[in-house]
Design a protein around this ligand. Structure first.
Ligand SMILES: CC(C)(COP(=O)(O)OP(=O)(O)OC[C@H]1O[C@@H](n2cnc3c(N)ncnc32)[C@H](O)[C@@H]1OP(=O)(O)O)[C@@H](O)C(=O)NCCC(=O)NCCS
Length: 166
């Protein structure tokens, strides 16, 4: 059996997703913007999944999770804002600290690129990353994304926009 697999988010993922997000909360908040504290509850996570799946049904969002051989969620990856603007979407991903450095974010991003191209017919993907997030920058560059010149506001916030033409 493969140690990890990527699959679409399901309505039955609430328990596993909540465990994943709570366990990694401090780790994620050290590198990306914090979620609303209300997210970290059964209601918060079930509402979150419901909203992601509704957006998926509308063709605006494509949510994935990565699970290990035991069915534990160890990562997430999303295509966000599909087709807005036209033929474009944003990518996002987060990996359980315990399994970082094994290529999972790279694997997930490659899957997002494939879905963007084959399923959604997109021609451009974008990602927003903090300058200090060296791991994520490496993942993006490895998958062909290039950093854009930063606007004054992005520079002030320490952020950077990466773009991939597909
Ligand atoms: C960024 C993140 C997604 C990377 O996940 P991952 O599964 O470890 O990524 P990969 O293993 O595919 O690749 C990471 C690469 O960056 C390198 N790396 C990680 N941290 C690094 C650092 N501080 N400095 C330099 N390189 C670093 C790793 O060594 C690896 O390179 P290698 O394969 O050549 O050894 C993960 O750390 C994470 O979830 N962080 C919190 C959420 C987040 O930042 N999401 C991205 C928002 S844009």
């Amino acid at each position: 059996m493969k140690p990890f697999r990527i699959r679409e988010l399901k309505s039955t993922d609430a328990e596993a997703l909540l465990a994943f997000e709570i366990h990694n909360r401090a780790w994620f908040e050290s590198q990306i913007d914090a979620r609303d504290p209300a997210f970290y509850s059964w209601t918060g996570v079930t509402d979150h999944i419901e909203s992601y799946l509704a957006d998926f049904a509308e063709g605006a969002w494509h949510p994935f999770v990565i699970e290990d051989a035991s069915g534990r969620i160890v990562g997430r990856a999303n295509l966000k804002g599909i087709h807005s603007p036209l033929d474009c979407a944003e990518v996002g991903y987060r990996i359980d600290r315990r399994v970082c450095g094994q290529g999972l974010a790279t694997l997930a991003l490659k899957r997002l690129i494939q879905e963007a191209r084959m399923r959604w017919g997109l021609t451009q993907l974008v990602a927003y990353v903090y300058e200090s997030n060296l791991g994520s920058r490496k993942v993006l560059e490895r998958c062909g994304f290039v950093p854009e010149a930063r606007s004054d506001s992005e520079e002030a916030e320490g952020g950077c926009r990466f773009v991939l033409s597909i």
